[in-house]
Write a protein that binds this ligand. Structure first.
Ligand code: ATP
Ligand code: MG
Length: 425
């Protein structure tokens, strides 16, 4: 529904996506960024944005939901803006909180405010499940060159592959990724580095990750968004230290359901896969990582025969390294636990990794160049064990690819998530 809305100086409205807004006259503030007459603001489906008029303003709005609200952002959030202003630069800020507490909204606000003050701002998006800057499954970093209404407008500068949309799957990669992205942002001369995190704060393992992030990053401040006291289990770890903690109320937000989250992820995969084609890579000319596959030597016929005898089937592919035995089994036959135990005994001292022939199809992969730098994302379409070739659907030029990292999520060309895979046995 299209309408012309007049908003008086100081008045606020909340617009739900999908929405398209054109500032016809006047100017509005959106999360600390100024949008003047002639500028457009797009709100994706599943997100909502508060606008505050700075002068009497006329807006042309296409949206099914426009609501007058008292304040555009919680008044207490100003404390965070003031603290950021006062902080010695460069400043690293870690924003934590549960799901849907407003972490991304606050990060965007702080980024826009700092940019308006002429500071060089970087955002590290560590929300691997609801990625805005990079593809899902990555910790990404972007530099803020202009005010943004939505974090997905921040241009991607670098990314680190986690391989899953849940940080709990690979917390060690999360720590490495966030640390590396912050370091790179500082190396690029950023004066303000804001880290948006996933909403994983409850339970022992979540506390562990968040505390480790603080120890390794040594942020100038932690901002915790809470509905009640849900982040206190993490914050308690710093009650006796000099670490600066700012507690703020969560946004009284519209919650996103599972379907909306999935939709937003799929949109993000599609964006980063746009322009993809199938490219063929020679397995022996690239490094293949986050799998034990292709890290050793193909088994000799004697060992292969022993495996076939124990399992009662011929593996599609068998490979051993000093510490691992990796077998690709046909997809349509079952192998009993007893047989696997017998195999374990036969290759004692080696970790056994079993995969089905089709289980690696459509896994999300990350592509790195010769300096181990992020090139882009792709989907593994085909593995030809005999010809030692793999086909990857990606926008990245194949001659640049030095390393392929295997992820745990399965995605198809239109961005749809179709499942996941667990490595190892
Ligand atoms: N002033 C506001 N009032 C109500 N809702 C708002 C307001 N500002 C933003 N929102 C919406 O609230 C929702 C949650 O905010 P946000 O995305 O910042 O939370 P989050 O903690 O980052 O969530 P996630 O855990 O999914 O990353 C979003 O849909 C956002 O668009
Ligand atoms: Mg978020």
């Amino acid at each position: 529904m299209e309408c012309i809305e007049t908003v008086n100086d100081g008045e606020c409205i909340l617009i739900k996506g999908p929405a398209n807004i054109e500032v016809k006259e006047g100017k509005v503030k959106v999360l600390g960024g100024t949008f003047n007459a002639g500028e457009r603001i797009v709100i994706p489906k599943g997100k909502a944005l508060p606008l505050k008029a700075c002068t009497p303003t006329t807006l042309k709005i296409m949206s099914s939901s426009i609501e007058r609200i008292k304040e555009d952002i919680p008044s207490q959030w100003r404390i965070a803006v003031e603290e950021l202003d006062k902080a010695e630069k460069p400043v690293v800020v870690l924003v934590i909180g549960g799901v849907d507490t407003g972490k991304t909204t606050l990060t965007t606000l702080l980024g826009n405010m700092a940019l308006e003050r002429g500071l060089r701002v970087a955002i590290v998006d560590a929300d691997v499940g609801q990625s805005d800057i990079g593809p899902p499954c990555f910790v990404a970093m972007g530099l803020l060159n202009h005010p943004v209404s939505d974090m997905s407008k921040v241009e991607l500068k670098d990314a680190y592959f986690i391989g899953s949309t849940t940080p709990s799957a690979y917390p060690h990669r999360m720590i490495a990724g966030v640390k590396l992205m912050v370091e790179r942002a500082l190396m690029l001369g950023s004066e303000v580095v804001l880290i948006d995190t996933p909403g994983w704060i409850s339970g022992f393992r979540a506390r562990d990750l968040n505390v480790a992030l603080v120890y390794v990053l040594q942020p100038s401040m932690i901002i915790a968004l809470q509905n009640g006291n849900e982040a206190e289990g993490i914050l308690k770890a710093f009650s006796s230290s000099e670490t600066r903690v700012i507690r703020l109320p969560a946004l009284a937000s519209c919650k996103r359901d599972r379907e909306t989250r999935k939709f937003l992820r799929e949109t993000a995969y599609r964006r980063h896969l746009s322009g993809s084609i199938n490219v063929e890579l020679d397995i022996d000319r690239v490094s293949v990582v986050y799998t034990t596959l292709f890290s050793g030597s193909i088994l000799n016929s004697d060992d292969k025969r022993k495996i076939s005898e124990v399992l009662g089937i011929n593996p599609v592919y068998a490979e051993a390294s000093f510490d691992t035995l990796t077998l690709i089994l046909p997809s349509d036959v079952d192998v009993t636990r007893e047989k696997i135990e017998a195999l374990r005994l036969l290759f004692k001292g080696r970790e056994l990794h079993l995969l089905r022939e089709t289980s690696l199809e459509n896994i999300l992969v990350a592509l790195l160049d010769r300096k181990n730098m992020y090139l882009g994302v792709g989907i593994l379409k085909k593995l030809d064990y005999a010809a030692r070739k793999m086909v990857i659907y990606t926008p990245v030029s194949p001659d640049k690819i030095a390393t392929v990292l295997f992820g745990s999520v399965k995605v198809v060309e239109n961005g749809e998530e179709i499942g996941s895979i667990r490595y190892g046995y």
